[in-house]
Design a protein around this ligand. Structure first.
Ligand SMILES: [Zn+2]
Length: 476
Protein backbone atom coordinates (compact mmCIF):
# COMPACT_ATOMS: atom_id res chain seq x y z
CA UNK A 1 0.00 0.00 0.00
CA UNK A 2 1.55 3.29 -1.00
CA UNK A 3 1.35 6.27 1.34
CA UNK A 4 -0.53 8.33 -1.23
CA UNK A 5 -3.15 5.67 -2.04
CA UNK A 6 -6.84 6.56 -1.71
CA UNK A 7 -8.89 4.44 0.68
CA UNK A 8 -12.00 3.06 -0.99
CA UNK A 9 -14.63 0.49 -0.04
CA UNK A 10 -14.16 -2.50 -2.32
CA UNK A 11 -11.94 -3.97 -5.03
CA UNK A 12 -13.04 -6.87 -7.20
CA UNK A 13 -9.83 -8.22 -8.73
CA UNK A 14 -8.53 -10.74 -11.27
CA UNK A 15 -11.80 -11.41 -13.10
CA UNK A 16 -12.93 -11.36 -16.72
CA UNK A 17 -15.12 -8.26 -17.07
CA UNK A 18 -17.87 -8.01 -19.65
CA UNK A 19 -18.46 -4.27 -19.50
CA UNK A 20 -21.46 -3.98 -21.88
CA UNK A 21 -20.19 -0.45 -22.64
CA UNK A 22 -20.85 1.09 -26.07
CA UNK A 23 -17.86 -0.84 -27.52
CA UNK A 24 -18.84 -4.12 -25.82
CA UNK A 25 -15.35 -4.23 -24.27
CA UNK A 26 -14.22 -7.36 -22.47
CA UNK A 27 -11.28 -7.04 -20.04
CA UNK A 28 -9.49 -10.35 -19.52
CA UNK A 29 -7.64 -9.75 -16.21
CA UNK A 30 -9.65 -6.91 -14.78
CA UNK A 31 -10.60 -5.11 -11.62
CA UNK A 32 -13.53 -2.97 -10.51
CA UNK A 33 -13.08 -0.32 -7.80
CA UNK A 34 -16.17 0.57 -5.82
CA UNK A 35 -16.64 3.40 -3.35
CA UNK A 36 -19.98 3.89 -1.60
CA UNK A 37 -22.62 3.08 -4.26
CA UNK A 38 -20.52 3.78 -7.37
CA UNK A 39 -17.90 2.31 -9.69
CA UNK A 40 -14.97 4.73 -9.49
CA UNK A 41 -12.45 2.80 -11.57
CA UNK A 42 -12.46 -0.19 -13.90
CA UNK A 43 -9.81 -1.71 -16.16
CA UNK A 44 -6.95 -4.19 -16.42
CA UNK A 45 -5.42 -5.03 -13.00
CA UNK A 46 -2.11 -3.48 -14.14
CA UNK A 47 -3.80 -0.06 -14.31
CA UNK A 48 -5.56 -0.22 -10.94
CA UNK A 49 -2.92 0.81 -8.41
CA UNK A 50 -3.43 3.97 -6.45
CA UNK A 51 -6.01 2.70 -4.02
CA UNK A 52 -6.15 0.87 -0.75
CA UNK A 53 -9.25 -1.10 0.05
CA UNK A 54 -11.47 -1.85 3.01
CA UNK A 55 -12.54 -5.09 1.30
CA UNK A 56 -11.38 -7.23 -1.60
CA UNK A 57 -13.04 -9.97 -3.61
CA UNK A 58 -10.82 -12.25 -5.67
CA UNK A 59 -12.67 -13.02 -8.90
CA UNK A 60 -10.16 -15.48 -10.35
CA UNK A 61 -12.05 -17.94 -12.54
CA UNK A 62 -15.10 -15.71 -12.43
CA UNK A 63 -16.85 -13.56 -15.01
CA UNK A 64 -18.06 -10.13 -13.91
CA UNK A 65 -21.07 -8.59 -15.65
CA UNK A 66 -23.62 -5.85 -14.92
CA UNK A 67 -26.51 -7.01 -12.70
CA UNK A 68 -29.35 -8.40 -14.82
CA UNK A 69 -32.51 -6.33 -15.27
CA UNK A 70 -35.86 -8.12 -15.29
CA UNK A 71 -38.19 -5.66 -17.04
CA UNK A 72 -41.54 -7.30 -16.36
CA UNK A 73 -42.75 -9.27 -13.41
CA UNK A 74 -45.47 -9.56 -10.76
CA UNK A 75 -43.37 -10.51 -7.78
CA UNK A 76 -46.05 -11.64 -5.34
CA UNK A 77 -47.17 -14.19 -7.94
CA UNK A 78 -44.27 -16.39 -6.87
CA UNK A 79 -47.02 -17.83 -4.61
CA UNK A 80 -48.93 -18.95 -7.75
CA UNK A 81 -46.05 -21.03 -9.05
CA UNK A 82 -47.43 -24.24 -10.50
CA UNK A 83 -51.14 -23.60 -9.89
CA UNK A 84 -52.33 -23.00 -13.46
CA UNK A 85 -50.10 -25.07 -15.71
CA UNK A 86 -51.03 -26.92 -18.90
CA UNK A 87 -54.31 -25.00 -19.31
CA UNK A 88 -55.63 -23.22 -22.41
CA UNK A 89 -54.13 -19.69 -22.52
CA UNK A 90 -57.58 -18.13 -22.50
CA UNK A 91 -58.38 -19.82 -19.15
CA UNK A 92 -55.19 -18.85 -17.39
CA UNK A 93 -56.21 -15.40 -16.18
CA UNK A 94 -59.64 -16.42 -14.80
CA UNK A 95 -58.02 -19.31 -12.88
CA UNK A 96 -55.39 -16.98 -11.43
CA UNK A 97 -58.04 -14.38 -10.58
CA UNK A 98 -60.06 -17.03 -8.70
CA UNK A 99 -57.15 -17.43 -6.24
CA UNK A 100 -55.80 -13.91 -6.48
CA UNK A 101 -59.02 -12.37 -5.22
CA UNK A 102 -58.10 -13.60 -1.71
CA UNK A 103 -54.53 -12.33 -1.65
CA UNK A 104 -53.70 -10.07 1.31
CA UNK A 105 -50.99 -7.46 1.83
CA UNK A 106 -49.08 -9.96 3.98
CA UNK A 107 -49.19 -12.61 1.21
CA UNK A 108 -47.82 -10.01 -1.21
CA UNK A 109 -44.99 -9.18 1.20
CA UNK A 110 -44.00 -12.83 1.59
CA UNK A 111 -44.36 -13.49 -2.15
CA UNK A 112 -42.16 -10.47 -2.84
CA UNK A 113 -39.53 -11.67 -0.35
CA UNK A 114 -39.49 -15.04 -2.11
CA UNK A 115 -39.17 -13.26 -5.46
CA UNK A 116 -36.27 -11.09 -4.24
CA UNK A 117 -34.53 -14.20 -2.88
CA UNK A 118 -34.92 -16.01 -6.19
CA UNK A 119 -33.84 -13.01 -8.25
CA UNK A 120 -30.72 -12.18 -6.23
CA UNK A 121 -29.56 -15.80 -6.20
CA UNK A 122 -29.92 -15.97 -10.00
CA UNK A 123 -28.20 -12.66 -10.75
CA UNK A 124 -31.00 -10.10 -11.11
CA UNK A 125 -30.29 -6.80 -9.38
CA UNK A 126 -33.13 -4.65 -10.80
CA UNK A 127 -36.71 -5.52 -11.70
CA UNK A 128 -39.85 -3.78 -12.93
CA UNK A 129 -42.96 -4.91 -11.10
CA UNK A 130 -46.65 -4.27 -11.57
CA UNK A 131 -49.04 -5.60 -8.93
CA UNK A 132 -51.13 -4.70 -5.87
CA UNK A 133 -50.26 -4.04 -2.19
CA UNK A 134 -47.05 -2.53 -3.52
CA UNK A 135 -46.21 -0.86 -0.20
CA UNK A 136 -45.41 -4.35 1.01
CA UNK A 137 -43.25 -5.00 -2.04
CA UNK A 138 -41.28 -1.86 -1.13
CA UNK A 139 -40.66 -3.39 2.31
CA UNK A 140 -39.39 -6.64 0.76
CA UNK A 141 -37.19 -4.77 -1.74
CA UNK A 142 -35.65 -2.70 1.03
CA UNK A 143 -34.96 -5.76 3.18
CA UNK A 144 -33.39 -7.57 0.23
CA UNK A 145 -31.41 -4.48 -0.86
CA UNK A 146 -32.58 -4.70 -4.47
CA UNK A 147 -33.22 -2.00 -7.06
CA UNK A 148 -36.77 -1.87 -8.43
CA UNK A 149 -39.18 0.08 -10.58
CA UNK A 150 -42.57 -0.45 -8.97
CA UNK A 151 -46.08 0.21 -10.26
CA UNK A 152 -49.25 -0.23 -8.25
CA UNK A 153 -51.69 -1.97 -10.61
CA UNK A 154 -54.88 -0.38 -11.93
CA UNK A 155 -57.77 -2.68 -12.91
CA UNK A 156 -61.14 -1.27 -13.96
CA UNK A 157 -63.02 -4.27 -15.40
CA UNK A 158 -66.05 -2.18 -16.46
CA UNK A 159 -66.41 -0.66 -12.99
CA UNK A 160 -65.44 3.02 -13.37
CA UNK A 161 -65.48 3.61 -9.60
CA UNK A 162 -63.01 0.77 -9.07
CA UNK A 163 -60.82 2.17 -11.85
CA UNK A 164 -60.84 5.68 -10.34
CA UNK A 165 -60.05 4.30 -6.89
CA UNK A 166 -57.16 2.19 -8.13
CA UNK A 167 -55.78 5.11 -10.16
CA UNK A 168 -55.80 7.27 -7.02
CA UNK A 169 -53.99 4.52 -5.11
CA UNK A 170 -51.44 4.02 -7.90
CA UNK A 171 -50.69 7.77 -7.96
CA UNK A 172 -50.39 7.94 -4.15
CA UNK A 173 -48.00 4.98 -4.20
CA UNK A 174 -45.78 6.53 -6.90
CA UNK A 175 -45.71 9.92 -5.17
CA UNK A 176 -44.73 8.32 -1.89
CA UNK A 177 -41.95 6.03 -3.10
CA UNK A 178 -40.49 7.39 -6.37
CA UNK A 179 -36.72 7.96 -5.98
CA UNK A 180 -36.64 6.59 -2.43
CA UNK A 181 -34.00 4.35 -0.79
CA UNK A 182 -31.00 6.21 -2.24
CA UNK A 183 -32.75 6.13 -5.63
CA UNK A 184 -32.99 2.32 -5.62
CA UNK A 185 -36.77 2.53 -5.86
CA UNK A 186 -38.39 4.33 -8.76
CA UNK A 187 -42.05 4.17 -9.74
CA UNK A 188 -44.49 4.09 -12.62
CA UNK A 189 -48.28 3.94 -12.77
CA UNK A 190 -49.58 0.46 -13.62
CA UNK A 191 -52.72 0.36 -15.81
CA UNK A 192 -53.12 -3.40 -16.35
CA UNK A 193 -54.07 -3.44 -20.05
CA UNK A 194 -56.39 -2.12 -22.77
CA UNK A 195 -58.84 -4.94 -22.13
CA UNK A 196 -59.18 -4.18 -18.41
CA UNK A 197 -59.01 -0.34 -18.51
CA UNK A 198 -61.32 1.99 -20.49
CA UNK A 199 -59.99 4.71 -22.84
CA UNK A 200 -61.15 7.36 -20.35
CA UNK A 201 -59.26 5.75 -17.47
CA UNK A 202 -56.15 5.27 -19.62
CA UNK A 203 -56.17 8.98 -20.52
CA UNK A 204 -56.64 9.99 -16.91
CA UNK A 205 -53.73 7.72 -15.99
CA UNK A 206 -51.53 9.44 -18.60
CA UNK A 207 -52.46 12.88 -17.26
CA UNK A 208 -51.71 11.81 -13.69
CA UNK A 209 -48.37 10.28 -14.75
CA UNK A 210 -47.35 13.54 -16.46
CA UNK A 211 -48.35 15.52 -13.43
CA UNK A 212 -46.10 13.59 -11.06
CA UNK A 213 -43.42 12.87 -13.68
CA UNK A 214 -43.46 9.08 -13.75
CA UNK A 215 -44.08 6.65 -16.62
CA UNK A 216 -46.51 3.80 -17.28
CA UNK A 217 -46.04 0.03 -17.08
CA UNK A 218 -48.79 -1.74 -19.06
CA UNK A 219 -49.49 -5.07 -20.81
CA UNK A 220 -49.86 -4.45 -24.55
CA UNK A 221 -51.00 -6.75 -27.37
CA UNK A 222 -50.48 -9.91 -25.33
CA UNK A 223 -53.72 -11.91 -25.13
CA UNK A 224 -54.64 -14.13 -28.10
CA UNK A 225 -58.07 -12.50 -28.35
CA UNK A 226 -56.77 -8.95 -27.85
CA UNK A 227 -56.28 -7.98 -31.54
CA UNK A 228 -59.83 -9.06 -32.48
CA UNK A 229 -61.40 -7.49 -29.38
CA UNK A 230 -59.55 -4.19 -29.82
CA UNK A 231 -60.37 -4.04 -33.54
CA UNK A 232 -64.08 -4.68 -32.89
CA UNK A 233 -64.33 -2.29 -29.97
CA UNK A 234 -62.07 0.55 -31.11
CA UNK A 235 -61.46 -0.11 -34.82
CA UNK A 236 -57.69 -0.09 -34.38
CA UNK A 237 -54.72 -2.12 -33.14
CA UNK A 238 -53.64 -1.98 -29.50
CA UNK A 239 -50.67 0.26 -30.32
CA UNK A 240 -52.81 2.58 -32.49
CA UNK A 241 -55.39 2.71 -29.71
CA UNK A 242 -52.83 3.75 -27.10
CA UNK A 243 -51.18 6.19 -29.51
CA UNK A 244 -54.48 7.83 -30.48
CA UNK A 245 -55.29 8.25 -26.81
CA UNK A 246 -51.97 10.06 -26.35
CA UNK A 247 -50.61 7.41 -24.01
CA UNK A 248 -47.37 6.40 -25.74
CA UNK A 249 -44.15 8.23 -24.79
CA UNK A 250 -40.56 7.38 -23.91
CA UNK A 251 -41.64 6.55 -20.35
CA UNK A 252 -43.99 3.72 -21.37
CA UNK A 253 -42.90 0.17 -20.63
CA UNK A 254 -45.10 -2.11 -22.75
CA UNK A 255 -45.03 -5.76 -21.73
CA UNK A 256 -45.16 -8.45 -24.44
CA UNK A 257 -46.17 -6.61 -27.67
CA UNK A 258 -46.80 -9.95 -29.38
CA UNK A 259 -49.37 -8.65 -31.86
CA UNK A 260 -47.72 -5.61 -33.45
CA UNK A 261 -47.53 -4.94 -37.19
CA UNK A 262 -45.12 -2.77 -39.19
CA UNK A 263 -47.22 0.39 -38.74
CA UNK A 264 -47.35 -0.27 -34.98
CA UNK A 265 -43.55 -0.63 -34.91
CA UNK A 266 -43.21 2.74 -36.62
CA UNK A 267 -45.39 4.35 -33.93
CA UNK A 268 -43.36 2.61 -31.21
CA UNK A 269 -40.11 3.96 -32.64
CA UNK A 270 -41.56 7.49 -33.07
CA UNK A 271 -42.84 7.56 -29.50
CA UNK A 272 -39.79 5.76 -28.02
CA UNK A 273 -42.06 3.20 -26.38
CA UNK A 274 -40.07 0.38 -24.72
CA UNK A 275 -40.91 -3.32 -24.84
CA UNK A 276 -40.52 -5.93 -22.10
CA UNK A 277 -40.06 -9.20 -23.97
CA UNK A 278 -41.11 -12.26 -21.92
CA UNK A 279 -40.61 -15.28 -24.17
CA UNK A 280 -41.23 -18.11 -21.69
CA UNK A 281 -44.65 -16.90 -20.51
CA UNK A 282 -45.85 -16.60 -24.10
CA UNK A 283 -44.38 -19.98 -25.10
CA UNK A 284 -45.94 -21.74 -22.12
CA UNK A 285 -49.47 -20.83 -23.18
CA UNK A 286 -48.93 -21.46 -26.86
CA UNK A 287 -49.14 -17.78 -27.77
CA UNK A 288 -47.73 -16.16 -30.92
CA UNK A 289 -44.06 -15.15 -31.09
CA UNK A 290 -43.38 -11.43 -30.54
CA UNK A 291 -41.55 -9.88 -33.55
CA UNK A 292 -38.49 -8.96 -31.49
CA UNK A 293 -35.83 -9.08 -34.26
CA UNK A 294 -38.00 -6.72 -36.33
CA UNK A 295 -38.53 -4.37 -33.37
CA UNK A 296 -34.78 -4.27 -32.67
CA UNK A 297 -34.10 -3.62 -36.35
CA UNK A 298 -36.44 -0.63 -36.14
CA UNK A 299 -34.39 0.46 -33.08
CA UNK A 300 -37.24 0.02 -30.64
CA UNK A 301 -35.93 -0.46 -27.08
CA UNK A 302 -36.43 -4.09 -26.02
CA UNK A 303 -35.54 -5.47 -22.59
CA UNK A 304 -36.13 -8.99 -21.28
CA UNK A 305 -38.57 -9.97 -18.52
CA UNK A 306 -39.70 -13.20 -16.92
CA UNK A 307 -43.30 -12.17 -16.20
CA UNK A 308 -44.82 -13.50 -12.97
CA UNK A 309 -44.28 -17.01 -11.64
CA UNK A 310 -47.90 -17.96 -12.36
CA UNK A 311 -46.91 -18.04 -16.03
CA UNK A 312 -43.17 -18.73 -16.32
CA UNK A 313 -42.65 -20.42 -13.68
CA UNK A 314 -39.39 -18.93 -12.42
CA UNK A 315 -37.53 -15.61 -12.32
CA UNK A 316 -34.21 -16.87 -13.68
CA UNK A 317 -33.03 -14.24 -16.16
CA UNK A 318 -30.14 -16.39 -17.40
CA UNK A 319 -32.65 -19.01 -18.50
CA UNK A 320 -34.84 -16.27 -19.99
CA UNK A 321 -31.90 -14.95 -22.04
CA UNK A 322 -31.26 -18.41 -23.48
CA UNK A 323 -34.95 -18.94 -24.21
CA UNK A 324 -35.18 -15.60 -26.04
CA UNK A 325 -32.17 -16.44 -28.21
CA UNK A 326 -33.35 -19.95 -29.09
CA UNK A 327 -36.97 -18.96 -29.69
CA UNK A 328 -36.15 -16.33 -32.30
CA UNK A 329 -33.45 -18.38 -34.00
CA UNK A 330 -35.90 -21.22 -34.51
CA UNK A 331 -38.81 -18.96 -35.38
CA UNK A 332 -36.71 -17.28 -38.11
CA UNK A 333 -34.99 -20.56 -39.11
CA UNK A 334 -31.76 -18.58 -38.86
CA UNK A 335 -28.91 -19.15 -36.40
CA UNK A 336 -27.55 -15.59 -36.69
CA UNK A 337 -30.67 -14.03 -35.15
CA UNK A 338 -30.18 -12.44 -31.69
CA UNK A 339 -26.52 -13.37 -31.03
CA UNK A 340 -25.30 -13.81 -27.43
CA UNK A 341 -23.78 -10.33 -27.20
CA UNK A 342 -27.09 -8.72 -28.21
CA UNK A 343 -29.06 -10.86 -25.77
CA UNK A 344 -26.75 -9.73 -22.94
CA UNK A 345 -27.30 -6.10 -23.97
CA UNK A 346 -31.08 -6.67 -23.86
CA UNK A 347 -30.85 -8.10 -20.34
CA UNK A 348 -28.66 -5.21 -19.11
CA UNK A 349 -28.24 -1.85 -20.86
CA UNK A 350 -31.40 -2.02 -23.00
CA UNK A 351 -33.37 -3.02 -19.90
CA UNK A 352 -31.87 0.00 -18.13
CA UNK A 353 -32.86 2.27 -21.03
CA UNK A 354 -36.39 0.89 -21.02
CA UNK A 355 -36.65 1.97 -17.36
CA UNK A 356 -34.99 5.35 -18.00
CA UNK A 357 -32.04 4.29 -15.82
CA UNK A 358 -29.32 4.01 -18.47
CA UNK A 359 -27.19 6.71 -16.82
CA UNK A 360 -27.14 4.77 -13.57
CA UNK A 361 -27.09 1.05 -14.37
CA UNK A 362 -26.90 -1.50 -17.21
CA UNK A 363 -23.15 -1.42 -17.89
CA UNK A 364 -19.91 -1.45 -15.91
CA UNK A 365 -18.44 2.02 -16.38
CA UNK A 366 -16.93 4.72 -14.16
CA UNK A 367 -19.64 6.82 -12.53
CA UNK A 368 -22.35 4.18 -12.72
CA UNK A 369 -23.96 2.51 -9.72
CA UNK A 370 -22.16 -0.60 -8.52
CA UNK A 371 -24.77 -3.21 -9.56
CA UNK A 372 -22.54 -6.15 -10.39
CA UNK A 373 -22.80 -9.92 -10.53
CA UNK A 374 -20.05 -12.53 -10.68
CA UNK A 375 -20.51 -15.97 -12.22
CA UNK A 376 -18.32 -18.87 -11.13
CA UNK A 377 -16.97 -20.37 -14.35
CA UNK A 378 -15.06 -23.20 -12.62
CA UNK A 379 -17.76 -25.67 -13.66
CA UNK A 380 -17.90 -28.56 -16.17
CA UNK A 381 -20.62 -26.89 -18.26
CA UNK A 382 -18.58 -23.66 -18.50
CA UNK A 383 -15.30 -25.30 -19.54
CA UNK A 384 -13.22 -24.67 -21.67
CA UNK A 385 -12.89 -21.11 -20.45
CA UNK A 386 -13.28 -18.82 -23.47
CA UNK A 387 -16.03 -16.88 -25.31
CA UNK A 388 -17.63 -15.74 -22.04
CA UNK A 389 -20.69 -13.96 -23.52
CA UNK A 390 -21.61 -17.17 -25.35
CA UNK A 391 -21.17 -19.29 -22.19
CA UNK A 392 -23.40 -16.94 -20.20
CA UNK A 393 -26.27 -17.11 -22.69
CA UNK A 394 -25.96 -20.68 -23.96
CA UNK A 395 -24.36 -22.69 -21.13
CA UNK A 396 -24.81 -21.00 -17.75
CA UNK A 397 -27.57 -21.44 -15.18
CA UNK A 398 -28.83 -18.93 -12.63
CA UNK A 399 -27.20 -21.14 -9.99
CA UNK A 400 -23.76 -20.23 -11.40
CA UNK A 401 -24.13 -16.75 -9.89
CA UNK A 402 -21.66 -16.58 -6.99
CA UNK A 403 -21.63 -12.95 -5.84
CA UNK A 404 -24.11 -10.09 -6.21
CA UNK A 405 -23.49 -6.41 -5.46
CA UNK A 406 -26.33 -3.87 -5.55
CA UNK A 407 -25.82 -0.13 -4.98
CA UNK A 408 -22.32 -0.93 -3.74
CA UNK A 409 -23.51 -3.42 -1.13
CA UNK A 410 -22.56 -7.10 -1.29
CA UNK A 411 -25.94 -8.84 -0.98
CA UNK A 412 -24.71 -12.33 -1.91
CA UNK A 413 -21.25 -13.82 -1.52
CA UNK A 414 -19.94 -17.31 -2.37
CA UNK A 415 -23.48 -18.37 -3.26
CA UNK A 416 -24.88 -17.31 0.13
CA UNK A 417 -27.44 -14.53 0.32
CA UNK A 418 -26.59 -12.04 3.06
CA UNK A 419 -29.59 -9.71 3.22
CA UNK A 420 -32.34 -12.32 3.66
CA UNK A 421 -32.72 -15.40 5.85
CA UNK A 422 -33.22 -17.95 3.08
CA UNK A 423 -34.79 -20.79 5.09
CA UNK A 424 -37.12 -18.39 6.90
CA UNK A 425 -38.34 -16.92 3.59
CA UNK A 426 -38.99 -20.40 2.16
CA UNK A 427 -41.00 -21.40 5.24
CA UNK A 428 -43.01 -18.17 5.21
CA UNK A 429 -43.77 -18.63 1.51
CA UNK A 430 -45.00 -22.21 1.96
CA UNK A 431 -47.23 -21.08 4.82
CA UNK A 432 -48.59 -18.13 2.82
CA UNK A 433 -49.39 -20.41 -0.13
CA UNK A 434 -51.23 -22.91 2.06
CA UNK A 435 -53.16 -20.13 3.77
CA UNK A 436 -54.15 -18.69 0.40
CA UNK A 437 -55.50 -22.06 -0.73
CA UNK A 438 -57.36 -22.46 2.54
CA UNK A 439 -59.05 -19.07 2.24
CA UNK A 440 -60.13 -20.06 -1.30
CA UNK A 441 -61.63 -23.30 -0.01
CA UNK A 442 -58.89 -25.51 -1.42
CA UNK A 443 -56.98 -27.99 0.69
CA UNK A 444 -53.44 -29.24 0.50
CA UNK A 445 -53.38 -33.02 0.64
CA UNK A 446 -51.28 -34.69 -1.98
CA UNK A 447 -52.73 -37.09 -4.54
CA UNK A 448 -51.00 -40.41 -3.90
CA UNK A 449 -51.99 -42.04 -7.17
CA UNK A 450 -52.50 -39.38 -9.80
CA UNK A 451 -54.88 -40.53 -12.53
CA UNK A 452 -53.20 -41.46 -15.82
CA UNK A 453 -52.81 -38.43 -18.04
CA UNK A 454 -52.76 -35.92 -15.22
CA UNK A 455 -49.24 -34.59 -15.01
CA UNK A 456 -49.62 -33.12 -11.57
CA UNK A 457 -49.83 -34.19 -8.01
CA UNK A 458 -51.61 -31.07 -6.87
CA UNK A 459 -53.99 -31.51 -3.95
CA UNK A 460 -56.91 -33.87 -4.54
CA UNK A 461 -59.41 -31.29 -3.50
CA UNK A 462 -57.81 -28.27 -5.08
CA UNK A 463 -56.98 -30.14 -8.27
CA UNK A 464 -60.59 -31.27 -8.66
CA UNK A 465 -61.71 -27.74 -7.96
CA UNK A 466 -59.39 -26.50 -10.68
CA UNK A 467 -60.76 -29.09 -13.10
CA UNK A 468 -64.31 -28.02 -12.33
CA UNK A 469 -63.37 -24.40 -12.75
CA UNK A 470 -61.71 -25.13 -16.05
CA UNK A 471 -64.78 -27.04 -17.26
CA UNK A 472 -66.97 -24.15 -16.21
CA UNK A 473 -64.79 -21.74 -18.10
CA UNK A 474 -64.94 -23.93 -21.17
CA UNK A 475 -68.72 -23.98 -20.78
CA UNK A 476 -68.62 -27.70 -19.79
ZN1 LIG B 1 -47.51 -9.53 -16.84
Amino acid sequence: MSWCSILVDLLIKNGVIITVNSKNEVISDGGVVIDADKIIDIGPMSKIQNYSFNNEIDAKGMVIIPGLINTHTHLAMTLFRGVADDVPGINWLPIIWSIEKNITAEHCYVGALLGCLEMITTGTTTFADQYWHMDRVVKAVNEAGMRANLAQGILELNEPDKGERELTESVAFAKKWNNSSNGRITCKLGPHSIYTCSPTLLQKTREAADEIDVGLHIHVAEAPNEPKMTKEKHGETSIEHLHNLGILKDDVLAAHCVFVNKADMKIMKQTNTSVAHCPTAMMKYGNEVAPIPELLEKEVMVGIGTDGCGSNNNLDMIEEMRTAAFLHKQNKREGTVLPAQQIIRMATILGAKSLGLENEIGSLEVGKKADIIMLDFKKPHLTPFHNCPSHIVYSAFGSDVDTVIIDGNVVMKNGQIITLDESKVLTLAQEAFEELLEIGGYSLSYEKNPKPGFKTNLTVKSFQTFLKLQQKLKGG
